[in-house]
Design a protein around this ligand. Sequence first.
Ligand code: AQP
Length: 334
Amino acid sequence: MEKRKIAYSAIQPSGTFTIGNYFGALKNWVKLQDDFDCLFCIANLHAITVPQVAAELRKRTYESYALLLATGINPEESLVYVQSEVPAHSELCWLLNCTTYMGELSRMTQYKDKSQRQGKNIRVGLFDYPVLMAADILLYQANIVPVGEDQKQHVELCRDIAERFNNTYGNTFTLPEPYFGLAGKKINSLQTPTKKMSKSDDNVNSYVSLLDNKDTIIRKFKRAVTDSDNRIIYDRENKPGISNLIEIYSCVTDKDNDQIEKEFEGVGYGDFKLAVGESVANHLEDLQIRYKEFLADKSYLDKMMKQGAETAQSVAYRTLSKARRRLGIIEIKK
Ligand code: AQP
């Protein structure tokens, strides 16, 4: 039988996952399990590149793991683990730091965006975020990295880092490709519809979390910022708010934009927002029930987290050890 390719993806426990994370990434991850050997990581070391409250991060790491399982990711089939449980990530990050150029990291648009929000004291970790991400991917010799448009630049940098390392020190890493096979939609903020929806946005009305209850979801959609032209037409440029709501409705119903425009011809914005809100709330109902069940079964979560970390560590260590040797780092036999 042909060996399956390896797919690697990660998500930060920097907030409760939003419908942006879900329709842009998680829903597709579930499907990938049919065709690839998948690794899914809760990237808590990435989350601390911006300030976090320790107790909240701890709690959210757990909740994020349960939420991943609730979306349909099967930890018996895929490797699902927490990043900090595999120290090889931090160590390979350091080795790669010593082969990556400042100029390369300075060009990263996510750094430019996120550092602006941090004011004066920007953490070195935020600048170095893409190198840790490269370490994540390269440790598992991943062939593909399913990402949204926003992460494409980081995967390209990862490839450059790997290629240079291989050329300089000898073949060590598989060169990964960004993967858009299952095109995930980019969902924008409900309050600033020209900007990506983010789970760590200060304005809770800007995002819909996967765990929001029905009333909250409907309220957030009712408050969504739109124009005043009162026609439900897809036009990202001139009608970003309504277009974003059309995209969200399309993700839930699998209808295309033309079908949606026809369905809501002559309908006012208020009723359209209500329809989108109700469809999202109904869509998330089963997921929320599964989430509660997983979260209540702490011993199962502990077992899967431990098993995931052990397997990930043994796979990761093989690559780390090779990279160390290539660089001339001694390994004393214990
Ligand atoms: N709004 C979005 N639309 C589509 N896809 C999205 N993703 C994130 N937001 C959207 C995709 O979700 C995956 C995991 O993202 P992440 O947690 O690693 O980091 P992020 O992209 O920075 O996500 P957030 O929600 O915006 O987190 P914070 O607020 O902490 O910065 C990625 O595949 C991403 O493309």
